[in-house]
Design a protein around this ligand. Structure first.
Ligand code: NDP
Length: 262
């Protein structure tokens, strides 16, 4: 029987998840259909109930419903509990299960680029949902120090205060966005600045070896600055593929190789 999956969000038209999951299914020889599901802003709960009542096997959740998905689950993975957001849902024995694969998707993407994470020092710019979701998987991958820089510094301070107990082997610190400086192995742009076309200026006294932009498909001033310094850099398409591969693994038990789908 054809297995039914979907990605649910609002808006949803831009989603590349159906293409990815259909490519994975073809590769793994699995019979599935993966659709886009637009939920009304006030109708997320009804929409997921309907999907699972109609024999849906698994759902990916995207903006703006990841926190609502987290709140609805009966069972959560450790990384979803820490992220306080869920992007992967499935039902088992009448219970709704939730996981968050975004962070592992980023880790897999960085490893596929051969950027060493073990004992590394990382600067993440931005303190929103995406940053929260990647902190635990980065720490699990052996990152030694994570600094969070944010326009609203209080948000960064709150985040590290909350996450430090769960990330006991990683040193956490914060930095105001208008005072970026120091030496890092990897800097990650986890702001939505490039989505709105805003510039994120990287001053000369901010030194780094690699630059990763979580957004994809748009020109990035952040990445242009890494290119001007002749440093290795990447947009967030690998993270997108990485999180999809992790969801596919949860639902179908088959672990695919990220490099095959980049
Ligand atoms: P949120 O809305 O939760 O957070 C946005 C963050 O960006 C905040 O820290 C905010 O700062 C900061 N910000 C917004 N505009 C500006 C600006 N003009 N200058 C400086 N900082 C700014 O977004 P998410 O965390 O969910 O997403 C962040 C990015 O990550 C997006 O580009 C998103 O597309 C991308 N993403 C990519 C994924 C992938 O698979 N590749 C997965 C998930 C996210 P403040 O707190 O001061 O408002």
């Amino acid at each position: 029987m054809t297995k039914k999956f979907a990605v649910i969000g609002n808006p949803i038209e831009h989603s590349k998840s159906p293409q990815l999951h259909h490519a994975f299914a073809k590769h793994a020889n699995i019979d599935l259909i993966y659709q886009k599901r637009l939920a009304p802003l006030d109708g997320f709960t009804h929409s997921i109930q309907e999907f699972f009542e109609q024999d849906g096997c698994g759902l990916n959740v995207t903006v703006p419903f990841k926190e609502q998905a987290y709140a609805q689950c009966d069972e959560l993975s450790e990384r979803a509990k820490i992220a306080k957001a869920v992007n992967t849902l499935w039902k088992k024995d009448g219970k709704l299960y939730g996981d968050n694969t975004d962070g592992q998707g980023l880790v897999n993407a960085l490893q596929a680029l051969d950027w060493t994470l073990q004992h590394s020092k990382i600067l993440i710019i931005g303190a929103g949902g995406a940053t929260r979701g990647v902190m635990y998987p980065l720490a699990q991958a052996g990152v030694a120090h994570i600094t969070i820089a944010n326009r609203t510094i209080e948000k960064a301070n709150t985040l590290i205060h909350e996450l430090q107990p769960a990330l006991s082997h990683t040193t956490l610190s914060t930095m105001p966005l208008n005072a970026l400086s120091g030496n890092f192995d990897i800097i990650i742009n986890a702001t939505s600045a490039s989505l709105s076309g805003d510039a994120l200026d990287l001053p000369d006294d901010l030194q780094f070896k690699y630059a990763y932009e979580m957004a994809y498909g748009k020109p990035s001033h952040f990445l242009q600055q890494a290119q001007q310094r002749n440093l290795p850099n990447s947009d967030g398409y690998g993270m997108l593929v990485g999180q999809a591969i992790e969801s596919f693994y949860i639902w179908n038990g088959i672990k695919l190789n990220l490099q095959d789908f980049l």
